[in-house]
Design a binder for this molecule. Structure first.
Ligand code: KG4
Ligand code: ZN
Length: 345
């Protein structure tokens, strides 16, 4: 089975073709970073207009690279939520049009589920050992610009949310801290670059504590503490210790993510812990998962951590195998949760 996946939930226009083993036959991602950079963040109206301009070319290119025509695919999977409503609508309407014209099944995919499914992708000729069905039960830390969630999946397409962020997402926190420092957008990669040469123990940022020891996250207090700390410095101090301050902040964010995830892994003993989403590309985060005991820890390749169509296409194959289809009046849902897409059987 070969599925075309379409992803436009945020600011990347992506299309890919993947087979039911997770082999990526093509993956095209058109980044909009250069259009949003001058605003230091994503402007939703610009995002949806750029998707409209590039979606057809992205789909054509994905089919071309896979050596296929639309008639050769077995279905069209599309992200219908969560995400920016204007952005989602471009992908959903395109997929509906393609499905209607080609007579192929339309398969609805949850963006968060897509991030988890990135753990099963592999490229031809690579010696990467992605996850397989034998890796369930699975604990997934989904950590991106818009989401921070710990999810437990005992089998394919069954999800239970253990905890989410009460306020900002981890990626958003890095983006906003970088923005305040004038380091540009997106903040995560630049924080990683500058922080790499700094001392993470230079400044100790406060840790969040909740009265109940669950798996919920909170980052807005840390973000405010970071900004207030920077405000308290002279420009000379900031200049002299920029990499130390950035490393300390990055390390506080990473510590919060790794600490809760590893505690959940100890409590629930899943077979595998997978860390997915844009922030999973972070080197310091990857290093901090070294002490996971018996649990296998997996990070998808960097290109499948950030938004892409291949993860949506593979989630589409798993849904198509269980005959999950969308009606042609499928609507986008900006606030869709991963449990909303969990199978009940
Ligand atoms: O998954 P993604 O591409 O889009 C969303 O669904 O949000 O994640 C984007 C987020 C941004 O906040 C970006 O700053 C962060 O991922 N990010 C990183 C790195 N690369 C991207 N954060 C930390 N380190 C990185 N290397
Ligand atoms: Zn994402």
């Amino acid at each position: 089975m070969r599925i075309l996946g379409i992803e436009t939930s945020c600011d990347d226009t992506a299309a890919a073709v993947v087979d039911d083993t997770g082999l990526v036959l093509s993956s095209v991602v058109s980044s909009q970073d250069s259009f949003h950079r001058k605003y230091d963040g994503i402007v939703p109206e610009i995002a949806s207009r750029r998707h409209t301009a590039t979606i057809i070319a992205s789909v054509d290119e994905a089919l071309l690279q896979a050596g296929m025509r639309i008639r050769d695919v077995d279905g069209i999977a599309v992200t219908y939520g969560p995400g920016l409503i204007g952005s989602l609508l471009v992908g959903v309407e395109t997929a509906k049009g393609l499905a209607y014209a080609s007579g192929k099944p339309l398969i609805p995919v949850n963006h968060l589920e897509g991030h988890v499914m990135a753990s099963f992708l592999h490229d031809s000729g690579s010696d990467l050992q992605p996850l397989t069905g034998g890796d369930f039960p699975l604990l997934a830390l989904i950590v991106s610009g818009g989401h921070t969630e710990l999810v437990y999946a005992d089998r394919w397409l069954h999800y239970r949310v253990l905890g989410t962020t009460r306020d900002d997402a981890a990626g958003e926190t890095l983006d906003k801290f970088a923005k305040y420092l004038g380091l540009g957008y997106p903040g995560g990669p630049v924080v990683q670059k500058i922080g790499a040469t700094g001392d993470p123990s230079y400044h100790s940022f406060p840790r969040v504590t909740f009265s109940r020891e669950g798996y919920e996250f909170s980052f807005s207090g840390l973000k405010t503490a970071g900004i207030n700390y920077v405000k308290s410095l002279t420009s000379e101090e900031l200049k002299a210790h920029l990499s130390d301050i950035v490393a300390s902040f990055e390390s506080a964010v990473v510590g919060e993510l790794a600490g809760k995830s590893l505690r959940a892994a100890r409590d629930l003993s899943p077979r595998t812990l997978t860390v997915v989403g844009g922030v999973a590309a972070n080197k310091r985060l990857r290093d901090s998962f070294a002490r996971a005991g018996d649990v296998r820890v997996y990070f998808p390749p960097m290109k499948y951590c950030t938004d892409n169509g291949a993860m949506i296409a593979y989630a589409g194959t798993r849904r198509a195998m269980l005959d999950v289809r969308a009606a042609i009046d499928l609507d986008a849902c900006s606030s869709l949760g991963i449990e909303d897409s969990s199978l009940n059987t």
